[in-house]
Each structure stands twice: as C-alpha cells, then as structure tokens.
Design a protein around this ligand. Structure first.
Ligand code: F6R
Length: 242
C-alpha cells in the first residue's frame, strides 16, 4: 500500500486527479470503478474542468459504480445514479450506455446477478473508494465477508447518520436503510485501488486501515493485501497515524 498524506481536501483531490487522468489518457477505453459520497465531489469537479479545458476524452471510457440505495429509481435526486450524473457525467463526453450503476429497484436476486456478471466481464483498471467512518468500502459494512460479490445489505445506523448530510435538510428519515453494493472481492479485483479519506471523522478508520490487523470488522483493511493500492488522506484523517 502506498500512503500519501496531503495538507487538505483540495490537495487530496488534485493528487487523485493526476492518478485518474494518467489512466484515462493512457487507456482511452479504461474501465473506471467509481464512488459517490462527499469525498470525490471535488475530484469530479476537477475532472469536469479538465475535460472542458484540455478535452480529455471519455468517449470510450466505461464506468462501474460501487453502490446504489435500494428503493430509489435512477431519476430520484437522492439516488447514486442521479448523483453521478450531476456531479460528473453531465459535463463529460461519456457514452450513456457505458455508465453502470447497480439498479436500486427490481428483484434483488436479478439485480445482483446482473451486476456480478457485468463486473466479471469488465475488469476495472482502477477502483476509486471513499472510506466510511466505520471502515466500510462501498457499502460493505463491518462483518462483510472478504469473499463477497455484489449483494444486498442493511446499512448500519452510523452509516445512515453519516449519509444524511447529503439528503435534503439532512433528513435522516429519508435515508434508505438498504443498498446494493459491489462486494469486497470485486473491489479487490481492480488492477489499482485509490482510496481517499479526509477529515478527523475518518482518522480512526484510517489508522485501522493502515496500521491495524486485516479483519472483516474493518473492511478497508483488506487493501493491505492489494498489490497496487494508493491511500491519499489529508492531515486531519492522518492525525492518529503513528
Ligand atoms: C459511496 C460509498 C461509500 C462512501 C463512504 C464515505 O459510493 O461506497 O463507501 O465512499 O461512505 O462517504 P463520504 O465520502 O460521504 O464520507
């Protein structure tokens, strides 16, 4: 694992941009594993700015998102599909048919089977990750098997509370209680993994991820076993590291 500590959120996002662009420019048909949440928002803005200014092409890029709330349709403003469209894809020249987010609707078995097959057929060149304050990656909550593939999961109360910030008026009662998430095995299948974490609220999980034992109780700790994992954190998130 390569650990990079940057001063603040802006610098973390700039460093992540360089890594993303290196892949996109060198492999115009790269498959990107993408994340939602507050952490990648600035990175996505920078990708949009770069595209508008430098015309980096996404024409043949494919994207595979980590997760989706269960019970929300693509056009629901709180869905992760909608999030991705508004924070990233709407300003890029990406082909809509190359955008993949697990469906938050329909028969759970069908939805998970379809996404598993898709991921098997399309290995990711990079998987971008945020980090839950409880150590989750994707929506793989503590206790999820390292061998897991795409599955339906009940969100922990702490995740529901953390995620309320992205809901209208921070309304916790509006946050879905379940999600469909890419599994840990599928995250580990990506050639490169790039995890970003910022703020003091992430410091404990960052310490566990980097210095703790590899345990399913802290899903992100599995990244210690990935052959090409880059962890970029700001000083606040790094504050508990020894
Ligand atoms: C999002 C995701 C989650 C978030 C994590 C951190 O697709 O899979 O694991 O990355 O909950 O969220 P933020 O960035 O809002 O702190």
């Amino acid at each position: 694992m390569k650990i990079i500590v940057k001063k603040d959120y802006e610098q973390v996002s700039q460093a992540a941009l360089e890594i993303m662009l290196d892949i996109i420019k060198n492999k115009p048909n790269a498959a990107l594993g993408l994340a939602t949440g507050s952490t990648p928002i600035r990175l996505y803005e920078l990708m949009q700015e770069d595209h508008l200014k430098n015309h980096t092409s996404y024409k043949n890029i494919e994207s595979y998102n980590l997760d989706e709330y269960y019970g929300l349709s693509d056009d629901n403003p709180q869905s992760y599909y909608y999030f991705m469209w508004h924070h990233l894809f709407n300003k890029l020249d990406i082909d809509k048919k190359n955008i993949h987010v697990p469906s938050g609707e329909g028969n759970i078995e069908d939805v998970t089977k379809h996404y598993n097959e898709l991921l098997q057929q399309h290995p990711r060149d990079i998987q971008l990750l945020g980090l839950g304050s409880n150590g989750h990656i994707g929506f793989n909550e503590p206790g999820t098997s390292f061998q897991s593939t795409t599955h339906y999961i009940a969100l922990k109360q702490s995740t529901i509370e953390d995620n309320a910030k992205l809901f209208f008026n921070g309304d916790i009662s509006a946050v879905p209680t379940h999600a469909i998430t890419m599994g840990i095995q599928e995250i580990m299948d990506a050639k490169k993994v790039l995890l970003l974490a910022c703020g003091e609220r992430k410091a404990k999980a960052v310490k566990g991820l980097i210095e703790g034992e590899v345990t399913e109780e802290l899903p992100a700790s599995i990244l210690q076993k990935h052959q090409d994992a880059i962890i970029i954190v700001d000083e606040a998130a790094a504050s508990l590291l020894s």
